[in-house]
Design a protein around this ligand. Structure first.
Ligand SMILES: [Zn+2]
Length: 244
């Protein structure tokens, strides 16, 4: 059973302790800083030096910044890609025909279980009568059945179909569904999962060819009093502040 699913008959106990107060203490982790990392090119710097400094590939830097050769200019602002996992998402998305302004929301979920990946959830959702399969557009792995922090694209993204991840029509038609594998009523999402999630949302808001800047939300804020998804240990409020 995938806990957050819309047609799940499982009843969730709604508690008043959904926010993990402990997350607010201590230094700001990388995923919580606002906006994507950027670098302004200084005299004498090369693409390969910058790739090495930031621990990313030259190809990733080129893709993220739409650079087709090795030339960078003094004063040029480069976006530093968060993770290599985003490269395949960018490549696949660039070949899609996306209706400008369609995607207005990003709705984050947890799967509610530690097992599974996009393929497994796709099969589960098909078995439950969802002809378009996987209800979400993206799935971010936890290292068990897919790479930790790896971003899998679902058929609904590749075919630009409505999601099936919430009860609310507006958010299924205009919301990009992103599911992190795990049960965040029991544990926090890993740093790698959050880095991938924020890199994905940064890109969707700032650089993806959407013709819109989708707003961040989570399942339980859409389907109020229906679900605890994405769980009390997911930093929903902190991410809402980041994307405010
Ligand atoms: Zn959900």
């Amino acid at each position: 059973m995938i806990g957050c699913r819309v047609f799940s008959r499982r009843r969730f106990l709604l508690t008043s302790t959904c926010l993990a107060a402990g997350l607010l203490a201590g230094a700001t982790p990388a995923w919580a800083r606002s906006g994507p990392r950027t670098h302004t090119v200084q005299k004498g710097e090369t693409l390969s030096q910058l790739a090495q400094r930031y621990g990313v590939s030259i190809a990733a830097l080129q893709t993220r910044n739409k650079i087709t050769n090795d030339t960078i200019k003094i004063g040029q602002r480069l976006v530093i890609p968060g993770i290599a996992a985003l490269d395949s998402v960018i490549d696949a998305t660039n070949s899609l025909r996306i209706t400008r302004g369609r995607w207005k929301h990003v709705v984050v979920h947890h799967s509610g279980i530690e097992d599974g990946n996009a393929k497994a959830y796709n099969s589960a959702h098909q078995r439950r009568g969802m002809n378009n399969g996987l209800a979400y557009h993206f799935v971010i792995g936890n290292g068990r059945d897919s790479e930790e922090g790896g971003i899998e694209l679902g058929p609904r993204w590749l075919k630009q179909l409505d999601g099936g991840h919430v009860r609310n029509r507006e958010y299924n038609v205009h919301g990009i569904g992103v599911c992190l594998v795990g049960n965040f009523e029991e544990r926090r999402p890993s740093a790698k999962q959050l880095e991938s999630l924020t890199a994905l949302i940064d890109w969707l808001r700032d650089d993806a060819p959407l013709g819109a800047k989708p707003k961040f939300t989570v399942h339980r804020w859409v389907d109020k009093n229906h679900t605890v998804c994405p769980g009390k240990f997911f930093p929903s409020t902190r991410l809402r502040l980041r994307y405010a």
